[in-house]
Design a protein around this ligand. Sequence first.
Ligand code: ZN
Length: 369
Amino acid sequence: MSKTAFLTDERTFWHTGGTHALFFPVGGWVQPPSASGYAESPESKRRLLALIQASGLGAQLDMRSTPAATDEDLLRIHPRAYLTHFKSLSDTTGGDIGDFAPFGKGSYEIAALSAGLALDAVDSVLDGRAARAFSLSRPPGHHCLRDRPMGFCLLANIPIAIEAARAKHRVERVAVVDWDVHHGNGTQSIYYDDPNTLTISLHQDRCFPPGYSGADERGAEHALGANINVPLQPGGGHDAYLYAFERIVLPALEQFRPELIVVASGLDASAVDPLARMLLHSESYRAMTQLVREAAERHCSGRLVIVHEGGYSEAYVPFCGHAIVETLAGIRTPVTDPMLDLAIAQQPSDCFKAFQRQLIDELAGQFNL
Ligand code: ZN
């Protein structure tokens, strides 16, 4: 049986967004930050990788890097004018040509490498080199539009990987499950009129893009029903996400019958994330990973790829990510989550859970699920 592939590269940790405190550019009243003040700093990802190595899990994975995505790969999604503009600034000064998506010198090549890691993860699963695969992609990708970067995302990693797979393999129907706490607006926009790509985003209602909710956006004319948004109330926790899986995500996958499932895995719905207000913990991510793994086994011979997206708590991202990779690989290590008891004690009250369940039931009805 093939191992689980884990795609990573130290160079992706060298991408910088310049000097920011959280995501505020320094200047005016914003004081320069301490060492890792930028929200999308490499440290949460580097510490996830370090925990995977320290626990012994890494030694049981097929851990490797891969070449960057090629121009041909990038051009399947992004117009040449965007790539040229991004590269010319990356070669000189860095800058920000979108919304909250700053980059430094050399970030173009690093973003292409990040996309390449996702691409190889999908390719490895489709050609049988790996049973399942995880890509520690940085910078992330799920907010990036075809012609404009957004929300720390410079290239659309998952769509680049899916279209490379479609060009090479006989794969048509792909489902993307996005549990990053922010809306997967980039992936949605790229596939909004594609009936062969089911995009499902679970996100904190009105968080990012600011004010966005999205349940009424169901796909364009040719793809009606192939785009599903599940806005969840701030403060939602384990029960809200698991109930949304039971009522919406799993039935939608059942109906769609994908040949491949890709997860856009942000860890920023955790209970201590600075950029959102949800209450997940490592056992929530373990449970969601188990559910998508079982769905992949039911629908598509187990073909499952998980691509890292957001997650900004340096101390806690490693524990949530470690639970995901353990579950993906079917390996349990002695690592315990030091936050777990506290996060369980802080879950919302029964009346909040009932309210959120009612909203999810209403959504499921709207989606005919
Ligand atoms: Zn996010």
